[in-house]
Design a protein around this ligand. Sequence first.
Ligand code: SF4
Ligand code: SF4
Length: 393
Amino acid sequence: MPIFSCEDRNKEKAMSADLPTTIVIKTTDSCNAACHYCYEENVVDGAVRTIPLDVVEEIYRWAAESGLAKVQLVWHGGEPLLTGISFFQQIFSIQAKYERPGLEYIHSLQTNGILVDDDWIELFRSCCIGVGVSIDGPAWLHDFQRPMSSGYPSHSRVISAIDRMTAAGLRVSLSAVVTQKSLGAEREIISFFSALRAESVDFLPMTVLASKLQGHAFLISATDFCQFMSEIYKEWARLGEERISIRYLENMIRGVTGCLPTLCTFSGRCGAYISIDFDGSLYPCDSFMRAQEFRMGNLRDNTLGTLLSTSRYHTFRADIAQLPHTCENCEIIQACNGGCPSERYSGDGKFMRRYPFCETRRHLARLIVTDLNAAGVSELVRIPMVIHTESPQ
Ligand code: SF4
Ligand code: SF4
């Protein structure tokens, strides 16, 4: 089991200031894949709708004046590679105008991998862009769920893209959606990901998108996800040195051993994130994208600084900072922080519902504590040794 250094824990906490430090940008809503579980409707059939460059410039203007030391820009979609390399070259020309001493821009990009070629790899390498690739697992699983918009399978192209990027020395992280089809195949899935040379993989339960896909055949329950992650954990622990980094599990281990989790869904640092849609609309996070009640205005009408200082935005921040009473006295609060507010959101304007994956986290924490005890390193555990089956009511 990996053990993480916590020396920088207080420094990281101090960074969780009031201002967002990670800006997720919907580069386009167009896509060349037709994943069966996706909520985007604009499968590419003509012109690609791209975020206007004046919106991008406003983001940089705000960042340059923010006083922040680091701003992370995450280029998301749709499929961002549909915008073409020239679009990103224009972005880096804009960035050059807003370079400031003491300010670092960090870039990452989320792609389905279909269009990755040598030119893109050179851009990622020369501009230090971290690449996230969506791949659900072995071909039988991925191609069933993520066909191209043409109807053809995409798995072999995605694998080729991952291989070429890792061979070029790029840092590639993977994300896999867990659906009904994934259940029972945990061993095969973890072997598949461990064989790739990527840096990490994140498993995303198909419940995340559930609000827009009620009744969808691929949806899984929180209990299903708990079972899936438990099996993944056991197999991952067994693999030892050959295993890939799994962000969900490593965040649990960080929390259990007293380190600050890195994923927002574990750290409770929602305020560090905002999301900008391709039309310039501001949302507090990607999870609230296109929900009108969470649209905070548009960067074409107001500056980003103005939108972040509205009472509406501050009220939202205060609302999501509250934890449901079921989290009071929780033994693993520092490892979970109440989970993701968007998944607790009940639809009546409240975030006080019990976190749907509460028991998943408590169960994984129990497995991890048991293994740390068995390994004779129980002094690393920073939560109570006994974690009850149900959260405090
Ligand atoms: S709402 Fe959820 S996904 Fe969004 S920043 Fe908060 S924890 Fe992260
Ligand atoms: S009660 Fe559940 S959701 Fe709340 S902090 Fe504890 S494990 Fe997380």
